[in-house]
Design a protein around this ligand. Structure first.
Ligand code: PHE
Length: 356
């Protein structure tokens, strides 16, 4: 019995993890363990023998059980010690700060436009950037031979060889969304469409991709007066100050009459200030929707009429936030974005409470 005792006490002392402890428990005091088997032999002994061996075996079993339990606790303590030693953390170290991103001026102005026109009851519509030549031109009363097609410096998509259908285009303006919206929703209608447009042009104020917001209002008795009110209301809310507008007679195939709209500004000291001075800056094209355009959108021109306008988002972003050059808008230069971008939780407000 002393041999048994020495064997297990030593093995328990040497065990290095819980699995080993469990294996020893099974081997010694489990149902078929060495000591349990010995206990079964008690039945074959004489009462005298049993009186000596029984208590001794019981004592040995108790001793081994407590050695197992003590070793288990010791192992758990050691494991915890090891974790505390390796997983320490110096909470007094200064934090590692992360640079925040910023909202691009175009996104900012896009949101501002959406908010202001929403206040006047305009919903937001969208259309594809790769457009059919019907939506971009024909439906807008720009037939195949029309000089406006050449003037727009259109990007044409490629057709497979032998496919003679007119090529798709990168939309040159957001006006095709007028047609798509008329087809989809019918009259009456009041939408704006902010989006990307494309023209092959590149200098300080032109990039091959830029942004427009289209406006369209169709009803029984819409007039140029409504157009003027909506635009002046928009500019005053957007620039946060009363802004005079100047309507110049112009020509677009899809509006009749047509007007280009300038806003009042000053150019003193090399910076543009909107809403003061006696200079003018062109910001959009507009007019009354041409009857042929209404008809192309499945709206009866004898019953309905409306106004439309198309405004440069980048242009009015440059004006409001004093950005002199358009090209860096799309360079993804982090220094520019940090300088002109907006913090996501600290955006400038538009003038609230429209004067209606
Ligand atoms: N689509 C015109 C342009 O891109 C702008 C415009 C829109 C003019 C709607 C009149 C009416 O220049």
């Amino acid at each position: 019995m002393d041999d048994l005792r020495d064997k297990y006490i030593q093995a328990i002392a040497d065990a290095s993890d819980e699995d080993a402890i469990e294996a020893l428990r099974v081997q010694a005091v489990g149902k078929k363990g060495e000591i349990s088997l010995k206990m079964r032999e008690l039945g074959k002994m004489t009462p005298e023998e049993r009186q000596v061996v029984g208590p001794a075996l019981n004592a040995l079993k108790d001793e081994i059980n407590s050695a197992l339990a003590a070793k288990k606790v010791a192992l758990a303590d050691a494991a915890l010690e090891e974790r505390l030693r390796t997983e320490w953390l110096d909470v007094t170290l200064p934090g590692r700060s992360r640079r925040e991103g910023s909202i691009h001026p175009v996104s900012q102005v896009w949101e501002e436009c959406t908010a202001i026109f929403a206040d006047m009851g305009f919903a937001v519509a969208e259309g594809p950037q790769v457009e059919t030549d019907w939506y971009n031109f024909d439906a807008l009363n720009i037939p195949g031979h029309h000089p406006a097609r050449a003037e727009m410096d259109t990007f044409y998509m490629a057709r497979a060889e032998g496919d003679n259908r007119p090529p798709h285009v990168l939309r040159t303006h957001t006006s095709p969304v007028q047609i798509r919206s008329m087809e989809m929703a019918g009259a009456p209608l009041r939408i704006i469409c902010p989006g990307r447009v494309y023209r092959a042009d590149y200098d300080q104020t032109h990039t091959p991709m830029f942004h427009q917001v289209e406006g369209l209002a169709i009803d029984k008795d819409i007039s140029m007066a409504n157009l003027k009110w909506v635009l002046e209301e928009f500019f005053s809310a957007y620039f946060g100050t009363e802004v005079k507008t100047r309507f110049r007679a112009s020509h677009f195939p899809f509006t009749e009459p047509s007007a280009e709209v300038d806003i009042q500004c000053s150019f003193e000291g090399g910076t543009v200030k909107v809403g003061e001075g006696d200079d003018w800056l062109e910001v959009l094209g507009s007019g009354m929707v041409h009857p042929k355009v209404l008809a192309a959108g499945n709206i009866d021109p004898a019953a309905w009429q409306g106004f439309a306008f198309g405004m440069g988002i980048d242009r009015i972003a440059m004006l409001k936030y004093g950005i002199p050059d358009l090209r860096p808008f799309f360079d993804s230069d982090l220094r520019w974005l940090r300088h002109y971008g907006f913090a996501s939780l600290d955006v400038p407000t538009i003038r609230g409470g429209l004067s209606r």
